[in-house]
Design a protein around this ligand. Structure first.
Ligand SMILES: N[C@@H](CCC(=O)N[C@@H](CS)C(=O)NCC(=O)O)C(=O)O
Length: 202
């Protein structure tokens, strides 16, 4: 199996961190590819995923899989990783979706600045995306901390990747301010070997 990803992708990191956390990193080959909302996209990626998005998993015995939630679920079931426990499953899946929402909004902010000419950057849109993130972070701090204790599951990995992405690309926004419980959780979680090994670059 081959995972198409990039060292900066938070969604790709979910998959890489899942494999690292469970000691399965050597079960899937990694190929760095270029994906871009504007500009050239590697042919191998387009051939496997017509939307040209990362991560995408190429399998020897079936069609390619995407997106990160599908790939993580597939690897969990294929290698029996135990990262989707039955107890509280739907809350856990919602927490994973919550983490993905932070990444989605964060990526929109990065693309808005990177892809648009400076004179037409839409500041209101940027702030609208940031409000999505701050509302989500506030909800995590207020209501979700108990879900973040206990054994590591896929939602924890996803949230670690989302908060790591904020540190990586939007550090100046200082997401930790006013959210001591979430900040303490991130401090410990991002120190795990699987998270250190998959820290974003680029
Ligand atoms: N929902 C998708 C989101 C994937 C995504 O947005 N990936 C970004 C890289 S982190 C991408 O491929 N961007 C290129 C594009 O939007 O064309 C998932 O969970 O995999």
């Amino acid at each position: 199996m081959k995972l198409l990803s990039s060292p900066a992708s938070p969604f790709g990191r979910k998959v890489r961190a899942l494999l690292a956390e469970t000691g399965h990193a050597d079960h899937v080959a990694l190929q760095d590819v270029t994906a871009a909302a504007i500009g050239p996209v590697d042919d191998i990626l387009i051939a496997a995923n017509p939307a040209g998005k990362l991560p995408t998993l190429i399998r020897p015995d079936g069609p390619a899989l995407y997106d990160s939630r599908v790939i993580c679920r597939y690897l969990n079931d294929t290698f029996d990783l135990g990262m989707y426990p039955d107890h509280g499953k739907f809350e856990m899946l919602t927490l994973e979706a919550t983490a993905d929402a932070i990444m989605d909004a964060g990526i929109q902010m990065v693309y808005e600045r990177r892809l648009r000419p400076d004179e037409i950057v839409f500041e209101e849109y940027l702030e609208g995306q940031w409000r999505k993130i701050t509302r989500t972070l506030d909800a995590l701090e207020a209501r979700w901390m108990s879900n973040l204790s206990g054994p590591v599951d896929m939602s924890h990995i996803a949230l670690g990747c989302a908060l790591g992405y904020l540190d990586f690309r939007l550090d100046a926004r200082n997401w930790r301010e006013g959210r001591p419980a979430l900040a303490a959780w991130a401090e410990a979680f991002l120190d795990r070997p699987a998270m250190v090994a998959t820290a974003p670059e680029g």
